[in-house]
Write a protein that binds this ligand. Structure first.
Ligand code: MN
Length: 326
């Protein structure tokens, strides 16, 4: 189909480029680094060749989230956002933007989100999992109380928040020791991000902010397949729930989350996600440049779903969620 919109589509600035070096074998790095730094050349050609009208761009990972120094994290986020705003201004018909945010400092992350949404015309934020705050070993997740004002602002600004994966800290990831092949997109990304999303659901965040929308990539990081069991385990045992949220977590998953197809081009998985959250909450994405645009598009254009759903997922839902006016 033509006119597809993607929203997990990454770029790098020189200061964050090396963060992506470990995700491909060294002999592929020349190609990947070139893809990450390019905006208007090969990227646009890939889009043209594969019926993709627009990418909502975001910084690579973990980037800002892995900078424990608050001032430095703020500086890099601001620099990346200013660079991205300039690129979007050159081709606003093909590119829009998600903000990188220095979540290490909740007040300054809130201010940067406000600046990006109100002054730079960004469409939301994309954050790479937990942030390392003050020290490399201090991992902070966003269900923590210091993010109360940040979330209130995100809801008030109508700014969708893309919770993008990163690897767990080595010191917190004993289960992967000796099995480095499980890290990254193979398995650890999904596990890390799914748990973070469940923490947000259970915290009561969406009782306080019912309009807030979180986006997960990779067809929901395994959650469509698992969310029923999260709420229904040992259903014969009547005990009070052990978390602050008022409702079953699946309720929030179906009302406060959108999922993208990034890096997970599998019809069986798409059907499962369709059955759990519905066609209005799924959005096409590729995960360029870590995945190929043609792999995503060739699969999606021929996937065994209705044409009405294909138009929603490929374009209509993004147009509505981000008020693109297309
Ligand atoms: Mn990605």
């Amino acid at each position: 189909m033509n006119g597809k919109i993607g929203l997990e589509e990454h770029f790098a600035i020189p200061e964050t480029l090396q963060d992506s070096a470990g995700f491909v074998p060294p002999d592929y790095w020349a190609v990947l680094s070139k893809r990450l730094l390019d905006i208007h050349d090969d990227r646009l050609r890939q889009m043209d060749d594969n019926g993709m009208e627009m990418m909502i761009l975001s910084l690579n990972a973990p980037a800002v989230q892995a900078i424990p120094d608050r001032d430095k994290a703020c500086e890099i986020a601001r620099r990346a956002n200013d660079f991205l705003a300039e690129q979007v201004a050159r081709r606003p018909d093909r590119f829009q933007a998600f903000a990188a945010l220095p979540m290490q400092d909740p007040d300054r992350a809130t201010a940067e989100l406000q600046r990006c949404m109100k002054e730079l015309g960004f469409k939301g934020a994309l954050v790479n999992g937990f942030s390392q705050v003050d020290t490399a070993e201090n991992a902070v997740y966003y269900d923590a109380p210091q993010y109360a004002d940040f979330w209130a602002t995100a809801e008030q600004l109508d700014a969708p928040f893309y919770l993008h994966p990163r690897n767990p800290l080595a010191s917190w990831a004993q289960i992967y020791e000796g099995h480095p092949w499980l890290l990254g997109p193979t398995w650890a990304f999904g596990q890390e991000t799914a748990v973070h999303a469940l923490r947000l659901m259970a915290s009561g965040l969406f009782d306080r902010h019912p309009k807030l929308q979180i986006i997960l990539g990779h067809m929901g990081e395994g959650l469509p397949y698992s969310i029923w069991r999260v709420d229904n385990r040992n259903a014969w045992v009547k005990v009070p729930k052990a978390y602050p949220a008022k409702r079953p977590l699946g309720d929030y998953f179906r009302e406060n989350f959108h999922l993208t197809t990034s890096g997970n081009f599998r019809t069986q998985t798409l059907i499962d996600a369709l059955l759990e959250v519905g066609a209005d909450r799924l959005l096409f994405s590729t995960d360029w440049p870590f995945e190929n645009v043609d792999h995503a598009a060739t699969w999606f254009d021929a996937a065994s779903i209705s044409e009405a759903d294909r138009v929603k997922i490929g374009r209509g839902n993004a147009n509505r969620l981000f008020k693109l006016g297309l």
